[in-house]
Design a protein around this ligand. Structure first.
Ligand code: MN
Length: 752
């Protein structure tokens, strides 16, 4: 539950005394403030319901305190207040917010809530509880948690809105937590909650979550930027006034009802700019957006926004590439506005956002405001569409949590582009979508048959990245079918899932053949083909599904040689103890000069300790930086091979279960012997030039060097000690750049 909630372990403070008048007053004060905020939304009977919820929560949490020491009930009260004031939610959501931690942390059961408040509220509280009750653990479980959040989200979006309010209050009160906990919570917030808030259209909430996360994750930078912002405030205000004065006059003359706001960018977004563009604070601190908010009737909105645009650009010159029209094409999170960037006084570029009061409320309060204005909006089903897409993605749950989270982030939390069908229909896709994504977006059948596309009438490959405004015509062929590498060409969950489905079907089809082979071989040893026996074989080869086993057999990646070692008892077979496989073409290495080497430079996945003894395959002489895998040989322990090793295919194919993933860690203290072969024009002094680069400039140790020359050509081999692949690559580049050198290659197969 750590992912979600800070309050999982409220300390019980025995000396807590409910009679403490001060605290009681404080609690009641917060409750009254909440009622005041809800005032306009209260219908008959609501006040009583709220009171019941408040008393129920206060009583349930009465012995609990937050880490900060304050009475626990202040937290649900604060969360409820955020729901009302900052997200614009109503009475029912407030009740849920008040009760959000009761089922998880107190004696109150879901049925109690159901009896008191009915089904709708009980369901939301249940959703909130479920998100919180998953155990704190590693990242993959966190990802699983997130998946669960989204499952509840699709039932009722209010669950996620209340959860965001909960997270915001926890972030605001993070000071009381231990440092490691702060980091953990802050990083989850920046990873999942801030993008989610953004996607729900809650811009203010998103900005605050980002700033708060940064405060804990990058405290120094945060403080520095905050300080500089404070120091430059007067200067900025002066400029904003200078900029807006003529605009105010013009708008007043034109008899608009309006408000103009000028705000600096958030600390987090300034920091992002500094990082991304590699600029200094001084170059970005004066970036701010001017917001013109119009009070106009719904049917005049678009017209008036453009009128204001015209007035502004009469005064200041606009940058033609920086016009964004989200009036005609709102973002899928509901955002509508007209953005332009103009040249202000002193030659500074200033972004101006033109919107109406309604649009502004949607921009600040997102989903809830959107519902409020729903009848008036032409895009009332935009959110519904988003939820439908999420639901579709969730219904395909084969992948594990981390993949899912990754997909979700690129697919649903990314910014969008707008593209057009040949008929001019507009479609929205996540940024970085390809022609293939578009094809699948239109229809699975079109995606599966896609061989390319015409983008703006030009022929492009399926992986071509689309840009806003592109018009796409998909080209299909009946002979086409999805392949594994298509997955690299798409970002949308829909395309990924469709491709995976197709591949799975294909695999099933191929596996049919493996079924016959296995049946024959089982019968060959006097056993029958049944689930028990297939399980035995599957487990023996350390595979996880029958499909994988049959597929491997069908594609001749598994020859079932060891099957004859199985014992047959009646109808059942029993796997033998692991057999010793003769070690193949592997010798103990230790050609390395500076031994003993540290074992920790290699990370071996799936193993508890990274201090595992290993040796390097003689057949391919891997060096740090190479793509490698580990092979468990019975005679020599773990041996590291390059994935390009001539023995690799055979080892991977036949002894897949003995392969462990490995990778190099940074370690500059050891060096590895490797060899280069060089071919070039015979030239006096070439040896000198080469050795000069190696030992003179790059300070690499040479172990041996031989050069043979014949008919004006020379061929040489050099054995050198390098730290890693990068160093070897640099060396190769340098030698290649010498006059007369034609070819430099590393030798793979020979023994160095
Ligand atoms: Mn909470």
């Amino acid at each position: 539950m750590d992912l979600i909630d800070l309050d999982n372990n409220p300390a019980v403070v025995p000396q807590y005394n409910l009679d403490d008048e001060q605290e009681k007053k404080e609690i009641v004060r917060h409750y009254r403030a909440l009622l005041r905020s809800l005032r306009t939304k209260l219908k008959k009977g609501d006040k009583e319901l709220l009171r019941t919820a408040f008393e129920m929560a206060a009583d349930a949490h009465k012995t609990m305190r937050r880490k900060s020491g304050e009475p626990y009930i202040l937290h649900p009260l604060a969360v409820a207040m955020i729901c009302v004031d900052e997200i614009g939610l109503g009475v029912r959501s407030t009740i849920c917010a008040l009760l959000h931690d009761t089922v998880e942390d107190t004696d109150i059961a879901l049925d109690d809530i159901k009896n008191e408040f009915g089904n709708e509220i009980a369901k939301i509280v249940d959703g909130l509880t479920k998100i919180s009750t998953i155990m704190d653990a590693n990242s993959s479980q966190q990802a699983e948690n997130f998946k669960k959040i989204l499952l509840t989200l699709t039932d009722d979006p209010r669950v996620i809105l209340i959860k965001l309010a909960d997270r915001l209050h926890n972030m605001r009160t993070l000071d009381a937590m231990k440092h490691e906990k702060q980091l953990k919570i802050a990083s989850e917030t920046i990873w999942v909650y801030a993008p989610l808030a953004h996607r729900m259209g809650l811009y203010n909430l998103k900005t605050e979550l980002e700033d708060l996360s940064m405060k804990y994750m990058e405290p120094e930078t945060y403080k520095e930027i905050a300080k500089k912002l404070a120091e430059t405030k007067r200067e900025r205000t002066k400029y904003i006034n200078e900029f807006t004065r003529p605009l105010k006059e013009k708008l007043t003359q034109a008899e608009f009802e309006f408000e103009i706001q000028g705000r600096p960018k958030s600390i987090h977004s300034i920091w992002n700019k500094i990082k991304k563009k590699g600029v200094s604070f001084e170059e970005v601190y004066d970036l701010f957006a001017i917001r013109v908010i119009l009070d106009v009737p719904l049917d005049k909105e678009k017209e008036d926004c453009w009128k204001v645009y015209s007035l502004i650009t009469d005064e200041y010159l606009p940058s033609p590439e920086r016009l964004r029209d989200w009036l005609s094409n709102p973002k899928s999170n509901g955002y509508e506005a007209l953005h332009t960037t103009v040249m202000g006084p002193q030659g500074k570029w200033v972004e101006v956002q033109i919107r109406t009061k309604r649009m502004n409320e949607i921009a600040e309060k997102g989903l809830a405001a959107h519902f409020k204005y729903k009848e008036g909006s032409q895009d009332e089903d935009r959110f519904d569409k988003w939820f439908v897409q999420i639901r579709e993605a969730l219904s395909n749950q084969q992948e594990d949590g981390i993949d899912f989270l990754q997909d979700f982030k690129t697919s649903f939390l990314a910014e969008e582009i707008y593209v057009y069908t040949p008929k001019g229909e507009v479609k929205m896709l996540p940024i970085n979508s390809s022609a293939l994504d578009f094809a699948f977006f239109i229809h699975t059948a079109i995606g599966s048959k896609c061989i390319g596309a015409k983008v703006n009438h030009k022929l492009v490959p399926i992986g071509h990245k689309l840009r806003s405004g592109d018009q796409i015509e998909i080209i299909t062929s009946n002979k086409q079918k999805p392949t594994e590498d298509w997955l690299q060409n798409v970002v949308t969950a829909k395309a990924k899932n469709s491709i995976k489905d197709a591949l799975r079907e294909e695999k099933k089809h191929i596996s049919e053949e493996g079924k016959y082979t296995l049946q024959r071989k089982l019968e060959g040893i006097g056993a029958v083909y049944n689930t028990y026996n297939i399980d035995q074989v599957m487990n023996y080869y350390k595979l996880t599904s029958h499909l994988d086993l049959l597929f491997k057999i069908a594609t001749k990646n598994l020859d079932l040689k060891e099957l004859k070692l199985f014992q047959v008892i009646g109808e059942k077979i029993e796997a033998p103890k692991p057999v010793i496989i003769a070690s193949e073409n592997i010798q103990e290495t230790n050609t390395n000069k500076q031994l003993p080497k540290k074992d920790s430079e290699l990370i071996i996945f799936g193993e508890k300790s990274d201090k595992i003894k290993y040796s390097l395959g003689k057949c391919c002489n891997p060096i740090p930086g190479d793509d490698v895998f580990g092979f468990v040989s019975t005679a020599k322990g773990l041996i590291i091979h390059r994935t390009s090793c001539p023995n690799a295919t055979q080892l991977l194919a036949n002894y897949g279960h003995r392969v462990v993933k490995t990778k190099w860690a940074k370690n500059k203290e050891i060096s590895f012997l490797t060899g280069l072969s060089i071919v070039g024009m015979d030239d006096v002094g070439i040896v000198n030039k080469i050795t000069n680069i190696i030992s003179g400039e790059l300070k690499i140790n040479i172990a041996a060097l031989t050069i043979e020359s014949k008919d004006g050509l020379f061929q040489g081999t050099i054995k050198v000690y390098v730290l890693d692949k990068d160093e070897l690559e640099e060396l190769v580049e340098r030698i290649k750049s010498l006059d007369g050198i034609q070819q430099v290659s590393r030798f793979d197969t020979e023994t160095v």
